[in-house]
Design a protein around this ligand. Structure first.
Ligand SMILES: [Fe+2]
Ligand SMILES: [Fe+2]
Length: 303
């Protein structure tokens, strides 16, 4: 049974959280490039035995940079999507309007935070790391799908953020404290977003018959396929970034192993952790039991 989320309680929870971009990055708050940025459960650099300790650390940081950049990317489609959803009903429920506008405002702040981080990363890391994009093209491709599919994707992303932080980041004492603080502050606001996403999915599914609901779920899976294509490209970029940063040219056999293992690590990070999340599956079940079965059946490929 799902908790009942409300616009009023989500708004109240978000109003007590106050942080500004300047509070968590810039000035004295610098990234520590002697420490990892990503938890190993997501980075999976230890499996690459042909890399030494220093090279594994560099790859971990490359993955950390891509992680925040990819969140910056997806939040560029979430922002207009939430604004459009709010705009469709500006009178009647004041808490709904305020909670959704607060949500959009926080995502705009996160986008700015991630851009600011990227600038700092580029300055401190020492060489360029390419990331998929451009954000506007990716946002347009995702927003062209059925709104229910887009809303389920948003739900997936925001529960995934919860899972990453709680299960892997919160208690990891090895991580750079600055990067960890950034993930923590992001997570604090994402808690409310995931609840509001649940309400958005329910609203967009209301009045649909089974076939129309299933269409939304198929569109969610199509967006997942699109993201998966982006991850394949990102793995190539990360391979280039690693070779550039270390000055080491990997052998073809090592490159193949890098691609295979890092693609699966990326799939788990961005797809598997969302598709297997209890709350995502529970919301799908509440729409249609076969929707849950379908997604849960496909998820194994991304774990
Ligand atoms: Fe966010
Ligand atoms: Fe969010």
């Amino acid at each position: 049974m799902l908790d009942r989320y409300t616009y009023q309680s989500a708004l109240a929870a978000s109003e007590v959280i106050h942080w500004r971009v300047e509070d968590i990055i810039g000035g004295e708050k610098r990234l520590d490039f002697t420490r990892p940025f990503m938890p190993e459960t997501l980075a999976r650099v230890e499996e690459l035995e042909f890399l030494d300790r220093e090279e594994k650390l560099i790859l971990n940081q490359i993955r950390g940079n891509a992680y925040l950049c990819i969140f910056g990317l997806v939040e560029e489609f979430i922002l207009p999507f939430v604004l459009d959803h709010a705009r469709s009903q500006l009178s009647g429920d004041d808490y709904r309007v305020r909670a959704l506008l607060q949500f959009a405002g926080e995502e705009a702040k996160h986008i700015q935070l991630f851009k600011r981080f990227r600038q700092e990363f580029e300055e401190g890391f020492g060489s360029h790391c390419e990331v998929i994009g451009p954000p506007a093209a990716i946002a347009n491709a995702i927003l062209a799908h059925d709104p229910l599919g887009v809303a389920i994707t948003t739900l997936h992303i925001e529960w995934m953020v919860q899972r990453h932080y709680i299960d892997s980041v919160k208690d990891d004492q090895q991580l750079d404290p600055q990067f960890k603080s950034l993930l923590k502050h992001h997570w604090l606001e994402e808690v409310q977003h995931a609840k509001l996403d649940t309400l958005m999915v329910e609203a967009l599914a209301a009045g649909r018959n089974e076939e129309q609901i299933m269409n939304g779920v198929e569109e969610y899976l199509a967006i997942g396929g699109f993201i998966d294509g982006g991850l394949k490209q990102q793995v190539e970029f990360d391979l280039d970034s690693l070779e550039r940063a270390t000055g080491r040219e990997l052998k073809e056999r090592q490159r193949e192993e890098f691609r295979r293992r890092q693609l699966q690590a990326n799939r788990w990070t961005y797809l598997g952790t969302g598709m297997t999340h209890d709350r995502v599956l529970a919301t799908l079940e509440s729409l249609l039991p076969s929707a849950r079965q379908k997604v849960a059946g496909i998820a194994a490929a991304f774990c």
